[in-house]
Design a protein around this ligand. Structure first.
Ligand code: HEC
Ligand code: HEC
Length: 312
């Protein structure tokens, strides 16, 4: 056997990784359909909590959800998820699949109940409309592609299912925290209540901002360079960004976005960039500016961010 030339090794490695990835993707899809994830519990109370979770949310093969969430067709959503999403995000939504290990950035782990790009203020979960936006637009420059090719019913159903996984994840992770100083049933009730309240607030807060007739990128530039807001600390004076010396809540090293890029991950439209600056990027160090800036000032920053792209 002849060894590959040095300069062809990276390509060979990529090809191998792709083939291996594809194998696991196919195998994983079939395993994913029949397997219920194994749970290992740290304590008796945690096992009790899991039983309460199952009574409320069912298993991943028979998802259910009670009350006023108004999410139906979970089974239809699961069916789409098993075909389109499971190899990256996993049956349990924890994104621990063999394919996920090959991807940078990794697919979102839904287990904390948090996603990055939402219309809602910090501390509140994504709305269904936010998830639909992500599914339609994808997350540009990552392996999260656009699913706008799916039929409307399938998109709706799979958005519901992603919402189910996120709600379930939020309740479980909040209840685990509560479990430190209360019984399993108290912890579960508290986590359910918190999630219901936050969900209602999120829906009430939803809305795309109206784009103003004029925004001033020169004023936006001043804000961008102001020591108080500190944009340049992470994004650099020229907007090229770079590594922030910390990990996000999913344990992934954070990179302040290169704002010169033509495409931004949370959407490039003025309304998207506005929401990003107002709400920050959840789970990361990109800070929400809602409490520091007036709407008008945020629009000025949006204009400046867009001007950096034009001068690429
Ligand atoms: C090829 C792998 C892959 C597939 C298939 C995939 N995703 Fe993703 N998904 C990703 C990656 C990677 C990210 C994280 C992007 C980031 O961190 O910016 C992501 C992020 C997400 C997010 C969160 C975005 C945010 O705001 O943080 C949601 C919701 C999501 N995916 C849902 C889905 C659904 C539903 C499907 C199936 C219809 C799907 N994904 C299929 C890789 C994938
Ligand atoms: C502490 C570091 C930090 C500061 C300060 C900061 N950012 Fe960020 N920013 C980030 C990181 C990290 C990301 C990428 C988050 C992700 O998607 O993983 C980001 C993402 C963004 C995005 C979203 C890009 C996309 O792809 O959707 C915009 C827009 C942005 N920043 C603008 C700003 C502006 C304007 C300021 C000042 C008001 C600012 N940032 C301050 C770290 C920072």
């Amino acid at each position: 056997m002849t060894l590959p030339k040095a300069d062809s090794i990276p390509l060979a490695a990529v090809a191998l990784a792709t083939v291996v990835g594809l194998y696991f993707t196919i195998a994983g899809t079939f395993v994913g359909v029949s397997a219920e994830p194994d749970e290992a519990f740290a304590s008796v109370a945690e096992a009790e909590l899991f039983e309460l979770m199952r009574a409320e949310f069912g298993g991943f093969l028979q998802p259910q959800m009670s009350g006023d969430w108004k999410l139906d067709a979970l089974l239809a959503g699961r069916a789409v998820y098993e075909v389109q999403c499971v190899h990256c995000h996993g049956t349990d939504g924890r994104a621990k699949t063999p394919t996920a290990k090959l991807l940078t950035p990794p697919p979102r782990d839904f287990g904390l109940g948090i996603v990055k790009f939402t219309s809602t203020p910090v501390g509140l979960p994504a709305t269904r409309a936010d998830l639909l936006r992500t599914l339609i637009e994808g997350v540009p420059s990552t392996s999260m592609s656009s699913f706008k090719g799916l039929e409307v019913e399938s998109l709706d159903a799979v958005a519901n299912y992603a919402m189910y996984l996120l709600i379930r994840g939020a309740v479980w992770s909040n209840a685990l925290e509560e479990l430190q100083d209360s019984s399993a049933s108290d912890a579960f009730e508290a986590a359910m209540l918190k999630q219901r309240q936050q969900f209602s607030l999120a829906i009430a807060s939803w809305g795309r901002p109206d784009i103003p007739a004029a925004a001033d990128s020169a004023r936006g530039r001043e804000l961008y360079f102001s020591a108080e807001l500190g944009c340049v600390v992470c994004h650099q004076e020229d907007g090229s960004g770079g590594l922030v010396n910390a990990e996000d809540i999913w344990g992934v090293p954070m990179i302040a976005r290169d704002l010169q890029q033509g495409v931004l991950r949370g959407g490039t439209s003025p309304a998207d960039v506005y929401l990003r600056i107002r709400n920050g990027v959840k789970g990361t160090k990109m800070p929400p500016m809602a409490e520091h800036l007036e709407a008008e000032q945020i629009w000025d920053l949006v204009a400046f961010v867009h001007s950096m792209q034009e001068h690429e």
